[in-house]
Design a protein around this ligand. Structure first.
Ligand SMILES: C[S@@+](CC[C@H](N)C(=O)[O-])C[C@H]1O[C@@H](n2cnc3c(N)ncnc32)[C@H](O)[C@@H]1O
Length: 278
C-alpha cells in the first residue's frame, strides 16, 4: 500500500492512501459496456469509443488532448530539432502512436466532435475539465475559442506552470495553460472547493516517461473539487487521472489510442514500482 502526499492550494497537507488495483486493458471492438469499462483502460480511438457510450453515463471528464504542437508555422516545435531550445523537449518527438500534426481546421473540427461527445455523456450535474493551451501561430493568437464555441463553458481556469520552452522574441514567454470548465446545468463543486480559485500554480511533471503528462497535483485538485463517482479521461496517456480518482475513492474509465501508454497506465495503476520502464 502506498502513501501519497496530498496537495492543497491552502498549504494544508493530509495523507491519502492510494490503493493499487488490478486493471485490464480492453481492446475496443465497437461495443461499449459500462460495467466492464469501469476501472479499466480501453485501448482505442476515443471518438469511436465515446460514440458508443450511452447518454449521461459518466459524472466527470478530465482530459488533455494533444495540442497539435507539431503543426507549427515556424520557430516552434519540429521533430528533427537537435539543437537549441527544443532539443531536450520530450514532446518534440510527438507521441508514440500519434503524429500531433493536423491541419488546423481539421484539428478544430476533431476536437469539437470530441467535446460534443463528452457533453453528451456527462450527467446534468456533471462537468468536463478540458485542458488545452493558447498558441501563437503566424504571429497571431490561436486560442481555443473556436473549439469551444457553442458548448456550455462556465469558467476558464489558468494553470500557471513553473516554466516554458516556447521562446520567441515577438511575445512574452507563455507560462500558462487553460483548463476549460464545461458544465451540465446542475453542476456544483464539492463543498468549499471554490476557494481553490481560478488560478492554479502547479509545476509540470518531470518524472514521467509520457511526453505530456498531467502533474498528479493538478488532477488531485480537480478530483477533490468534485463529487462525481465515475471519471472519464478519453486521452488518458499515462493514466494520471486514474491515479487521482483512486486516491479520492472514485472510479475511472480511461481511453487511450497508444498500446504503449495503456501499458504504462496499467502498470502505474496496478502499483508497479517499475511502471516508468514498461
Ligand atoms: C496530452 S496527452 C495526455 C496525457 C495524460 N493527461 C497523462 O497524464 O499522461 C494526449 C494523449 O492522447 C492520446 N491520443 C491521441 N489521439 C487519440 C485518440 N484519437 N484517441 C485516444 N487517445 C488519443 C495520445 O497518445 C496521448 O497519450
Amino acid at each position: 500500500m502506498k502513501k501519497f502526499k496530498l496537495y492543497s492550494l491552502f498549504g494544508e497537507q493530509e495523507e491519502k492512501v492510494f490503493e493499487p488495483i488490478t486493471t485490464n486493458i480492453i481492446e475496443f471492438d465497437g461495443n461499449f459496456s459500462l460495467e466492464q469499462s469501469v476501472n479499466n483502460i480501453i485501448h482505442g480511438d476515443c471518438l469511436q469509443v465515446m460514440r458508443t457510450m450511452p447518454n449521461q453515463c459518466v459524472d466527470i471528464v478530465i482530459t488533455s488532448p494533444p495540442y497539435n504542437l507539431l503543426n507549427s508555422t515556424g520557430n516552434g516545435l519540429s521533430k528533427n530539432t537537435k539543437v537549441g531550445k527544443w532539443k531536450n523537449a520530450a514532446i518534440k518527438n510527438g507521441y508514440v502512436d500519434y503524429e500531433d500534426n493536423m491541419p488546423y481546421d481539421e484539428y478544430v473540427e476533431w476536437q469539437r466532435e470530441c467535446v460534443s461527445e463528452m457533453c453528451r455523456i456527462i450527467k446534468d450535474d456533471g462537468a468536463i475539465f478540458y485542458n488545452n493551451k493558447n498558441r501563437v501561430q503566424a504571429g497571431l493568437l490561436q486560442d481555443r475559442g473556436e473549439i469551444l464555441a457553442g458548448f456550455p463553458l462556465r469558467q476558464i481556469i489558468t494553470w500557471k506552470r513553473s516554466g516554458a520552452i516556447n521562446f520567441n522574441p515577438g511575445y512574452f514567454l507563455p507560462t500558462t495553460e487553460q483548463i476549460y470548465l464545461l458544465c451540465g446545468k446542475n453542476f456544483k463543486l464539492a463543498k468549499g472547493a471554490n476557494k481553490n480559485t481560478d488560478v492554479w500554480q502547479v509545476k509540470q511533471e518531470m518524472k514521467n516517461p509520457h511526453p505530456a503528462p498531467f502533474p498528479e497535483e493538478l488532477t488531485d485538485i480537480i478530483v477533490s473539487s468534485t463529487t462525481g463517482k465515475i471519471i472519464l479521461d478519453p486521452f488518458a496517456g499515462s493514466g494520471t487521472t486514474a491515479i487521482s480518482s483512486r486516491r479520492y475513492g472514485r472510479n475511472f474509465i480511461l481511453i487511450e489510442k497508444s498500446r504503449k501508454y495503456c501499458e504504462i497506465a496499467k502498470a502505474r495503476i496496478d502499483g508497479r514500482e517499475d511502471w516508468r520502464d514498461v
